[in-house]
Design a protein around this ligand. Structure first.
Ligand SMILES: Cc1ncc(COP(=O)(O)O)c(C=O)c1O
Length: 402
């Protein structure tokens, strides 16, 4: 059983249909390119939803992982291990925060942020027990756990999974006034994505992050930035909040922190916030494991050079300039920042799925979101030539539907 058709047939028959993959079976990958089981090469313009910012098989990350595999892979947090201190100190320095709480997946880090915010609310802010509320945004995407889908506005993500966790207030994204109206004495946090990825790479209006920061400070509310997809170089800065020089009270990180090798997530905050968590109140057997920390340490070292952030900024200019040329030629709008773009295709021409399939036939892997939007987020190590070639394929694909 080695052909694409056979492997897809068994995958579909023997796995839950919680995803709708494109019909390609990948066998290996290096840098920005992947090869399928038939030997056909594709340019990866999704990069594991920004988990592969540093490219497939990045030599520094693979070397760190291989070294660590030889020495120690798991201790659980019942003991210390020698990669942990470097990871927490390094990520603390990168985020400018005192403390780190490591977990594995993005959703777990978001859950951690929610728990910490509530506990901080009761113990530090003085909110009455069980009364804390957290303000979240319409069209958010923070993961798939029962608490997180409780405040999703996407019917596919939410419906059928009740009863839902209370304690969330949903407001319009991009409007600081909407947050102001929702705040009351029991509000402990505003949880938001500085750029909404799944919603279609929605960039909030200029000044929004600054105003949210000011409001949170004035009201004594934690500003929690979910930078799981927007952070770690993708937008041309270490964090998307950096574009407005804004520092949230808590960063929620994941995806690229694991270098595309292992799931690594974390929250970062100062001691007055994260200090509320005591032994037994939160944790995960694999959270902060030696392999995860060793990979995370390699990622942090790479980000400390600033090289990837600059490259994403420079290539981002190239990408957006070229994409803007397609507006009026089957493309309605282009949004994004750095090496990250949401491209709205004229829905009368084709669905996003049809465009993704057209791109695939031309050797480019990308994924649609919400109707006719295509997301482009190639690994930051992509060459300029390959990047422009990918946009040419998009132009040709769209033209084929006209
Ligand atoms: C902004 C954001 N938060 C949280 C998550 C959830 O991360 P994970 O899929 O690792 O649970 C995602 C995943 O796409 C995300 O984009």
């Amino acid at each position: 059983m080695s052909t694409t058709t056979d492997l897809i047939e068994v995958s579909e028959r023997r796995s839950a249909h919680n995803y709708h993959p494109l019909p390609v079976v990948i066998h290996e990958a290096h840098g920005a390119w992947v090869t399928d089981v038939e030997g056909k090469r594709y340019l990866d313009c999704l990069a594991g939803y920004s988990s592969l910012n540093f490219g497939h098989g990045n030599p520094k990350i693979i070397e760190a992982a291989q070294e660590q595999l030889k020495n120690l892979t798991l201790t659980s947090r019942a003991f210390y291990h020698d990669q942990f201190a470097t990871f927490c100190a390094g990520l603390g320095d990168l985020t400018g925060k005192d403390m780190i709480l490591p977990m594995n997946t993005g959703a777990e880090a978001v859950e951690t942020a929610i728990k910490v915010a509530r506990k901080w609310g009761y113990e530090v802010k003085g909110v009455q027990p069980e009364q804390a509320n957290i303000i979240v945004m319409e069209d958010n995407f923070h993961g798939r756990t029962t608490t997180i889908v409780s405040f999703s506005t996407d019917p596919d993500a939410r419906e059928g999974f009740g009863p839902y966790t209370p304690g969330f207030r949903i407001v319009k994204y991009g409007s600081v006034e909407a947050i102001r109206e929702a705040v009351d004495a029991n509000t402990v946090a505003v949880l938001f994505e500085p750029i909404q990825g799944e919603a279609g790479v929605l960039v909030p209006p200029d000044g929004y992050l600054t105003q949210v920061r000011e409001l949170c400070t004035a009201e004594g509310i934690l500003m929690i930035a979910d930078e799981i997809q927007s952070g770690l170089g993708r937008t041309g800065k270490t964090f998307a909040c950096d574009h407005e020089g804004v520092v949230p009270d808590m960063y929620v990180l994941g995806k690229a922190l694991g270098g595309g090798v292992v799931p690594v997530s974390a929250i970062a905050a100062n001691e007055d916030v994260l200090g509320v968590i005591k032994p037994g109140q939160h944790g995960s057997t694999f959270g902060g494991n030696p392999l995860a920390c060793a990979v995370g340490n390699a990622v942090i070292e790479m980000l400390n050079t600033g090289e990837y952030q600059s490259r994403a900024a420079e290539l981002g200019e190239v990408l957006h300039a070229r994409l803007r040329e397609l507006i009026g030629h089957g493309v309605i709008t282009v949004r994004g920042r750095g090496l990250w773009a949401g491209v709205d295709i004229d829905p009368s021409l084709a669905t996003g799925r049809e465009v993704s399939k057209g791109l695939m036939a031309r050797g480019v892997l990308a994924k649609d979101t919400h109707g006719s939007t295509i997301r482009l987020a190639p690994p930051i190590v992509i060459s300029e030539e390959d990047l422009l070639w990918a946009v040419d394929q998009l132009a040709d694909t769209i033209a084929s539907f006209r």
